[in-house]
Structures are given as structure tokens and as C-alpha cells.
Write a protein that binds this ligand. Structure first.
Ligand code: ADP
Ligand code: MG
Length: 728
């Protein structure tokens, strides 16, 4: 066995579960490293607290004097918890989180020093931002960007650093991060939804989008993972033969969590409690060494921050347990990949979940209004929604028979389908009193009972209604949820604005009663959005054909899917809502399309390197052993040797065949890369990488994997699937 592989396996066997002791109840430690309301009450003046609360609830600006009060309180608290540094914590378009630590410590002359943290430092910072992706925004203007405090996501202490969640924008005002457009989209959906809520309840002042994500991941022994250059550099295996036993016995899903993984999870959960991330659920997933973690849902902006923070914390805690967490959507061929379901809903400051059927016909009409508007929004913007989850790594999942297809559709279950069918027959124009009574009693009034047993779950649907929320299942496990959440909330906002305008027109111009107007508009929406509703098997080929007939898009690759990010319709939608202007939207597109190219480029280089420098030399070495063997047989048996050496001779030839194929394909891939690299237009370049470079990976892999089965296990340099996936 190669030294590296041997060493890795030997080390991995030494790793035992750490003993994790939880001394306090989780409810007692929850949020103790967060500058939340309870702690603010202890550390802030009345005015400062009121300032923060107003900013959180109503988006009011915090003035400089108040900011000074807040920063002083925050600093006192942070220092009392052992913090020495502070940082503006933000989410640049790299997909990771960014932080630059500054000490509170400052000198004041005469050899004296103090701890200082002023309002200015809390509210705004200017990190040297020239090395973050900006899609060309800052080349044309000044090269500076700044971070600004987002008071709606509380500051927290991680390690010995006070982290202040911030937005990241260019000096000219364009967003350079994930959070800024998300906050704008959340604001848009808030005001659009409040306006619609007024039809049903005048007391509603604010509507929050909520998000509950479910994070899937693989947990691999660190030494084993580190022995694989492909995992280290690309987050996934680029080759490796399937193990004899994979997931076919279905013995992992919901099974007993292995001890080492369990101790990692408990350690992680404790850290999450301190950080105020309300994690609740943990279980084994379908593939070996694959797991899932889910929190209790929260306001969407906070939930997005918590997911980004969680991914970071997971990496760090995994280190302590000698694990490597793989977030990649498809780290191993032949077993399930990972996703990140985004459960989404809207709720009012009066405590009503707008996607949960209520107790009265009126509240159910409100439910149906939001339910049907969401369906219509998805129907009209299915391509943009698809684009919001597009990435090189998620391409491996979508449509790969284990995850939702690249076709967006909405599953609502049999009962709600029946309700919509009835509503579709509502009279055109004013409703008769009898019809209204019938609707109230038999259609709208019946929803709560029927939904209680609405447990049928169509796992193949990318966007499913699950009783009191929609579940966007096509989101990838590496994704920053801000991207799909920005799009979803923006399209729903736009839809609600249009809805309100149509209803108001019927009320004003046709002097319809409010209910009649609502029913009339909803009826038309149901008719218009039918194509997006699908209750069948989303994995089947039949659905692809059917979806095509219905005019739904099926953008299987990222370069294709991303075009919807810069369509006229999208640019107009974002501009109109104030979510992104054209410069921002186009910059984002450029970043995403370039990132796609770079990911495939890196994978190509790594694969070429492994194939030529690891696999081929190993195959040659084994072939030499065979040749020696054949020579030896000839020495002993003379002309009779052939009978005895036939299998070896066959093997020698077979190995030569694979080596030749690997070499010619690596050359072909390198040439294809060179050609793609010479293309100036970024879109065309990405398309070339997608259709000319990437397909060659499969050919190279095929021959490498065949060699893995032929070559002496003792010589094989790369840690094998069975070792990566089944070491506990
Ligand atoms: P599953 O069976 O699909 O895992 P769960 O009922 O466990 O579904 O819920 C998954 C996630 O959905 C959890 O994070 C949960 O908090 C979240 N969730 C529940 N209700 C809502 C809601 N109204 N809005 C957003 N997320 C929600
Ligand atoms: Mg779920």
C-alpha cells in the first residue's frame, strides 16, 4: 500500500469518539454568546435599547450618539465574556464568510493603553476589499468597499472575537455581498404582504419571511480525506470505484448514529446553543457517513446568517474530532448527494402564519390568497428560481435521480388540488349569496380538517407545499441560502403587488365587494398557473416530456440556467422592487458564470494531475510486476510458459489499453481547456467548459476506476471509497 494511504488508514483507526459532557441544560446556555434582547437589557441604556429595537422592528436608522452608547455596552459585554477582538462579519460573493479581526486594545500615549470600541467602529468599516469578487463593479469606480452594521442580526462572540453581522457594499452603493439584496427583497415582501393582509386584518403592520433550512453533509475521517488530493482541492472525489456495499441495503438512513459522529454532533450542538442557532434535529441520511442537521425556523435574514455561521462552525468542530465535513452536493459517485431544503413561509406581527390554513373561512381566504400567489409567482419566474440554485456542484444533483429535477414544479397534494379545482369554477363577476355560502361552508371552510392529514409527501418535487410552508428542495448543500431566498421573496413580493393592483381595480372600477374581487382574481391565477402544478414522479422521463409540452424550462446545466439572471424580465423585476439594479444583477451574473468556469477548470487540472501522476505510474508499476512474472515463468518453463502466463499477458494488455486511454483523454482535456481559455466572452467560455471540457472527465474516470479494480491493492495510492465511506 502506498505510504500515504497506509498512514492515513492507520491514523484513522486511532481516532476515538471524544467524551462530550453537557453540564447545563441547553435552554440555559442558549444564546449566551449572543448580544440579544435579554443581554442588551443588562448592558444598554434605555435609549440605546429602544434605538436597536426600532432598527430591528421597523428598520429605523440609528444615530451616532446612540451608536456610541450601543458600542460601549457591546464592548463591556464582549470583554466580560473574554473577547479581545471585534470583526465585521460578512458574506462576500465567494460563498464563504469573511472576517478581519481588530483588537479592542489601543494605546493612548505615555506607555498607557485602553480597550476601545466606538460607535463609528460598530457602524461602519472599510476592509481592503479589492480581493473579493465584484463582477467588475469596483474596477470602473473607486476600488473601495465598506461594511455596515445589520442590527437585525445580533452580534455574537465566536472564540475570543466579537462578530458584528454586516452588509458589504461598494462606495458607490452597489451590493458586493449576499445579504444586501436579501434584506432588500425581505423589505419588498414585507410591504407587499402587509398591503395584502389589510384586506383581511387591518392590524397587521409587519410580515416576516421565515426560513428553516435542513443541512445535509458527509463526515469523513480527516486523515483519510486529507490523503485524497481531489477532496482537498475540489471538495469531492473525481474518481474512485464504487464499493461493493454502498447504500443498497438502506441500512444507514435514520439508523443508529455512529459514536464518533454523535460526539461531533453533540459538541457542535453545544456550540450552536451558545451562538443562538436553534438546532433541533439530527439524523443519518441515505448514503453511508451522510447526515442531516436542522434548526427551528427563524426570520429569514437571521436564518441565512445562522446557516453560514453553522457551516463555518462545523468545519472547526470537525477538526477537533478528526473529521472533515464535506458540504459538496456530490462528493461520491454512486451514492446520494447532499441538498439543503429551504422551508419557507410568511408570518405576520399578529402571529399568523400566512401559509397555514386558519380556523375561519376568512382566514382561509387569506391563506388561499398567499398560497395561490406563491404558486403564480413560481410559475411566472420558474427559470429565475432555477437560476438561483445553479452551481457547478449542484449540477451533479439536479436531475440525477436522487434530487429534484432541473425542472421547477410545485406539489400541493390531492386535497388542495381539489380546492383549487372548485375555486376555478367561481362565477366570473359578482358572486351570488348562495355561492358565497357554499364556498364558505364547503370549500374555503373545509381546508383545516383536510390539511391535518395532508401528509403525503412527494420527495421528487423541487417545490412542495408541506401543510404550513413551502419546501424548496432543489437548493444545494453548499449554497448560501441568501441567493434562493432573495429570489423567492422578490418574486412573491412582485406577485403580491400585482395582485393588490388587480383586486383594487375590480373594487374601484367594477364596484365589486372585496371578497368577490379576491375570488375573481384568484380564479384567474389558478387558470394561469396550472402548468407549474405537478403531483407525479419528478424523476421520471415522462415528466421531462410533459414539462416540455407545458412550456416549462429544463435548464440542466449552470451556464444555461444562469441566463435567467440577466434576462430583461429579471433585470426589470429586481430594478422595480429595488432588490438589485442592472449593474448589480449583471455583476452577479458575471461572478457566477466565472465561478462556474473556474470550478470546472480546477477539477480538470486536479483530475489530469491525479490520473497522470498517481494512477498511470501505479498501473505501470503493477504491469512491471506482471512482466517480471511472465519473464520468470518463461525462464522456468521455456516454450510452455504461454499456457501458464495467459491471464498475466491479458492483464498486461488490458492495463496498457487503460493507460493509453487515460493519456489520450488527459491530452484531449488539456487541449479543450486551452481552447476554452482562449475564449474572451465569459458566457461562451463557461458553455465550452460545460460541454467540451467536463464530459472528458467521465472518460478519464472510467479508465482510472477500471484500473483500480485491476491493480494490486497494495500498490494503489488513493484511499478507496470503501475506506472513506465506512470508517467510523
Ligand atoms: P421534514 O420532515 O421535511 O424534515 P420538518 O417538519 O422537520 O420537515 O421541518 C423542516 C424544517 O422546516 C425545520 O427547520 C422547521 O423548523 C421548518 N419549518 C417549520 N415550520 C416552518 C415555517 N412556518 N416556516 C419556515 N420553516 C418552517
Ligand atoms: Mg424537509
Amino acid at each position: 500500500m502506498s505510504t500515504l494511504r497506509f498512514h492515513a488508514i492507520k491514523e484513522s483507526l486511532k481516532h476515538k469518539p471524544l467524551v462530550i459532557k453537557e453540564k447545563q441544560r441547553r435552554s440555559e446556555i442558549f444564546g449566551s454568546n449572543v448580544f440579544g434582547e435579554a443581554i442588551m437589557r443588562q448592558y444598554l441604556t434605555k435609549e440605546a435599547l429602544a434605538g436597536v429595537m426600532d432598527a430591528i422592528q421597523y428598520g429605523k436608522k440609528i444615530d451616532r450618539v446612540i451608536a456610541d452608547h450601543i458600542s460601549t455596552g457591546m464592548k463591556e459585554w464582549a470583554i466580560s465574556k473574554g473577547a479581545t477582538h471585534y470583526t465585521h462579519w460578512f458574506q462576500p460573493l465567494t460563498g464563504a464568510t469573511a472576517e478581519k479581526h481588530d483588537a479592542f486594545f489601543e494605546t493612548i500615549g505615555n506607555g498607557l493603553a485602553i480597550e476601545k470600541f466606538g460607535g463609528g467602529q460598530l457602524v461602519q468599516q472599510e476592509p481592503d476589499a479589492s480581493s473579493f469578487p465584484n463582477g467588475g463593479i469596483r474596477n470602473t469606480f473607486e476600488a473601495r468597499g465598506y461594511t455596515a452594521w445589520d442590527p437585525t442580526s445580533p452580534a455574537f462572540i465566536y472564540g475570543t472575537t466579537l462578530c458584528i453581522p454586516t452588509v458589504f457594499v461598494a462606495y458607490t452603493g452597489e451590493a458586493l455581498d449576499y445579504k444586501t439584496p436579501l434584506l432588500r427583497a425581505l423589505q419588498a415582501v414585507d410591504s407587499a404582504a402587509v398591503a395584502v393582509c389589510k384586506y383581511f386584518d387591518k392590524n397587521v403592520k409587519k410580515v416576516n419571511a421565515s426560513l428553516g433550512w435542513e443541512q445535509e453533509y458527509f463526515l469523513i475521517d480527516r486523515d483519510l480525506a486529507m490523503s485524497r488530493p481531489d477532496i482537498v482541492q475540489t471538495g469531492r472525489t473525481l474518481l474512485g470505484h464504487s464499493p461493493a456495499k454502498g447504500q443498497q441495503l438502506d441500512d444507514h438512513y435514520f439508523g443508529t448514529i455512529p459514536n464518533r459522529a454523535m460526539s461531533f454532533m453533540r459538541d457542535l450542538e453545544t456550540e450552536c446553543m451558545l451562538l443562538g442557532i436553534p438546532v433541533k434535529t439530527r439524523h443519518n441520511e441515505v448514503a453511508p457517513n451522510q447526515f442531516e442537521l436542522a434548526p427551528i425556523y427563524e426570520e429569514a435574514n437571521l436564518a441565512v446568517d445562522h446557516n453560514s455561521l453553522l457551516m463555518d462552525v462545523m468545519d472547526k468542530i470537525a477538526d477537533r474530532h478528526n473529521f472533515k465535513v464535506l458540504f459538496h452536493e456530490k462528493p461520491f459517485a454512486g451514492v446520494n448527494g447532499s441538498g439543503k431544503h429551504n422551508n419557507w413561509s410568511l408570518s405576520t406581527d399578529t402571529g399568523v402564519n400566512l401559509l397555514s390554513p386558519g380556523k375561519t373561512p376568512m382566514s382561509n381566504l387569506q391563506f388561499l390568497t398567499f398560497f395561490i400567489n406563491t404558486i403564480k409567482a413560481v410559475h411566472e419566474n420558474e427559470e429565475l428560481l432555477r437560476a438561483s440554485i445553479a452551481s457547478a456542484s449542484n449540477d451533479h444533483r439536479l436531475g440525477a435521480n436522487e434530487a429534484p429535477p432541473a425542472i421547477i414544479s410545485v406539489f400541493i397534494g390531492a386535497q388542495l388540488t381539489a380546492t383549487l379545482n372548485e375555486l376555478e369554477n367561481v362565477t366570473n363577476g359578482k358572486l351570488s349569496p348562495e355561492e358565497k355560502t357554499d364556498l364558505k361552508l364547503n370549500v374555503v371552510g373545509k381546508i383545516p380538517d383536510v390539511l391535518l392529514d395532508n401528509t403525503d409527501r412527494n420527495r421528487t418535487s423541487p417545490f412542495a407545499f408541506t401543510g404550513n410552508k413551502f419546501e424548496f428542495r432543489a437548493v444545494g448543500s453548499t449554497a448560501n441560502c441568501a441567493n434562493p431566498m432573495t429570489v423567492l421573496n422578490a418574486i412573491v413580493a412582485k406577485q403580491l403587488i400585482d395582485f393588490k393592483a388587480e383586486v383594487d381595480t375590480l373594487i374601484d372600477k367594477k364596484s365589486m365587494k372585496k371578497d368577490d374581487a379576491v375570488f375573481n382574481v384568484l380564479r384567474e391565477y389558478i387558470k394561469q398557473s396550472k402548468a407549474i402544478l405537478f403531483e407525479g414522479n419528478g424523476y421520471g422521463e415522462a415528466w421531462e416530456k410533459e414539462a416540455k409540452k407545458r412550456g416549462l424550462s429544463n435548464n440542466k446545466t449552470t451556464p444555461e440556467a444562469l441566463q435567467a439572471r440577466v434576462s430583461k424580465k429579471t433585470l426589470q423585476l429586481f430594478e422595480e422592487l429595488g432588490v438589485m439594479n442592472t449593474v448589480e444583477a449583471e455583476a452577479r451574473y458575471e461572478i457566477e458564470i466565472e465561478e462556474y468556469t473556474m470550478r470546472i477548470q480546477i477539477e480538470g487540472r486536479v483530475l489530469g494531475d491525479i490520473a497522470r501522476n498517481h494512477i498511470v505510474p501505479t498501473a505501470v508499476r503493477y504491469q512491471n510486476l506482471l512482466i517480471d512474472n511472465v519473464k520468470g515463468l518463461k525462464d522456468i518453463y521455456g516454450d510452455d510458459f504461454k499456457k501458464l502466463a495467459q491471464e498475466q499477458l491479458n492483464l498486461i494488455e488490458e492495463i496498457s489499453g487503460h493507460i493509453a486511454n487515460i493519456n489520450s483523454n488527459v491530452t484531449k482535456m488539456t487541449e479543450a481547456r486551452k481552447k476554452a481559455n482562449s475564449i474572451k466572452d465569459e458566457t461562451k467560455k463557461a458553455i465550452d467548459y460545460c460541454h467540451k471540457v467536463k464530459p472528458i472527465f467521465d472518460d478519464i474516470r472510467y479508465h482510472c476506476d477500471k484500473l483500480e479494480l485491476l491493480v494490486d491493492d497494495e500498490l494503489w495510492p488513493l484511499t478507496k471509497y470503501r475506506e472513506l465511506l465506512f470508517t467510523k
